[in-house]
Design a protein around this ligand. Structure first.
Ligand SMILES: NC(=O)c1ccc[n+]([C@@H]2O[C@H](COP(=O)([O-])OP(=O)(O)OC[C@H]3O[C@@H](n4cnc5c(N)ncnc54)[C@H](O)[C@@H]3O)[C@@H](O)[C@H]2O)c1
Length: 385
């Protein structure tokens, strides 16, 4: 797209949670049109009507064979992500995909390979990397205000009872990128190895689909080239707690802790007088993270605010609190990367580094906490002739 001056043509596949992205693409100044696609014709028609989008595709194949389409954004069920991403890239189109990138290391490698061979962009649309909270913490971190980081923690707890069938019995850490991505992005590190334990016990019937006995998994990750360890807990069933998709990080000068419940605001901890004395005072302050519309083109900036989105009824949206203003940032980064002919911020290797730790963690849980190494995908790629 670089230098051609042509705007992008986008196909958005899956209009459940995915519908939330439709009006953002429609409004983006570098997008000519966005078309919708979904195997459920009623949902497709409803989304088209709701956002005034007439263009649609009757099937995934119709999108892949249409030369007009520059990029495909996948927001389909988890078991489809890897196969569809590979097919989009092999069709010579850029691909954005909701989390998780994949649920096996083999599929992660297939996507990295397809991206490399196609030369097209792959971006994992990780909402947790663009929340107001993350963008605020990133500013503090860049200014060195945390001092030396000593520990971080992530947590994603959500009751998935009654959600679509593919969620039933899913290994909890197969969908945990929201809890670890902010920490890895902030520190610029990847996970080297993990120890993880499963917790609780799913009913036999629910264990059948994925062979996973656990409603909850809790892991401790050792980072590569860093003294920091990261603890992540993920629950899907049998754990009564309101939704949370949180990270916390602590240095020797500043600490950040995600809000207890979504309706609250996060905490910043600080120690103004860093005297080394017994019982020294640590201050706490509840802060309202600023809305970063300043990072976005004016046409899509208002989409950081909940009220701008549709009717906000989709559970993924409501329970995620609109994912804290992240959606227009994701769309803008994906579109800009294509327009500028550069890698997106969450490219295939970064997506792999944020997804594989959860896959390794589940393997560890199935081996009663045995250490499991996480592959270095960048090094593997460097060794490809
Ligand atoms: N914060 C986040 O990043 C976040 C939040 C919610 C969901 N998600 C991800 O988004 C995805 C979708 O979530 P959801 O809650 O809307 O799921 P869902 O299962 O409720 O809806 C998926 C939609 O895709 C459609 N679909 C199914 N198969 C299809 C196919 N082959 N081609 C085209 N459309 C197809 C379905 O008809 C449905 O409309 C999930 O994979 C989930 O992992 C991410």
């Amino acid at each position: 797209m670089v230098g051609t001056g042509r705007k992008l043509r986008i196909a958005l596949v899956g209009v459940g949670f995915g519908a939330e992205f439709a009006p953002i693409y429609k409004a983006h100044p570098n997008v000519e049109w966005v078309a919708l696609s979904d195997t459920n014709p009623e949902k497709l028609a409803a989304a088209g009507g709701r956002f005034g989008i007439e263009r649609s595709y009757p099937s995934f194949e119709a999108i892949l064979s249409d030369d007009q389409v520059d990029a495909v954004h996948l927001v389909t069920p988890i078991p489809l992500h890897a196969e569809q991403a590979v097919r989009v890239l092999e069709a010579g189109k850029h691909c954005a995909c909701t989390v998780p990138m994949a649920t096996s290391l083999e599929d992660i490698r297939r996507i990295i390979d397809a991206q490399r061979r196609s030369g097209k962009n792959y971006m994992m649309m990780e909402t947790a990397a663009y929340t107001r909270e993350f963008l605020m913490v990133e500013e503090h971190y860049k200014r060195g205000e945390f001092g030396t980081i000593s520990f971080a923690r992530g947590s994603h707890m959500q009751d998935m009872e009654g959600w679509p069938e593919y969620w039933m019995g899913l290994p909890p850490h197969h969908y945990m990128t929201h809890a670890i991505a902010p920490v890895l992005k902030l520190l610029g590190k990847r996970v080297k190895k993990v120890h993880c334990f499963g917790s609780g016990l799913l009913p036999q019937e629910r264990q059948k689909r994925y062979g996973n006995p656990y409603p909850v998994e809790t892991a401790i990750f050792r980072l590569d080239d860093s003294p920091v360890a990261v603890e992540v807990t993920r629950s899907l069933f049998q754990t009564v707690r309101p939704y949370t998709e949180a990270f916390s990080i602590y240095g020797d000068k500043l600490g950040f802790e995600w809000q207890q419940i979504e309706e609250e605001d996060p905490m910043i901890f600080s120690m103004p007088q860093a005297a080394f004395s017994r019982g020294r005072k640590i201050h706490h302050e509840m802060v309202v993270p600023p809305d970063r519309q300043d990072l976005l083109p004016p046409e899509v900036a208002p989409f950081t605010k909940r009220s701008v989105f549709s009717d906000g009824k989709h559970l993924s949206f409501v329970q995620g609190g609109g994912h804290s203003g992240s959606h227009p940032h994701l769309v803008h980064e994906f579109v800009s990367s294509m327009v500028e002919g550069r890698k997106p911020a969450i490219d295939a290797i970064t997506a792999a580094n944020w997804t594989a730790p959860g896959i390794a963690a589940h393997l560890s849980a199935m081996r009663d906490g045995e250490a499991v190494e996480v592959p270095d995908f960048e090094m593997e790629l460097d060794s490809v002739p």
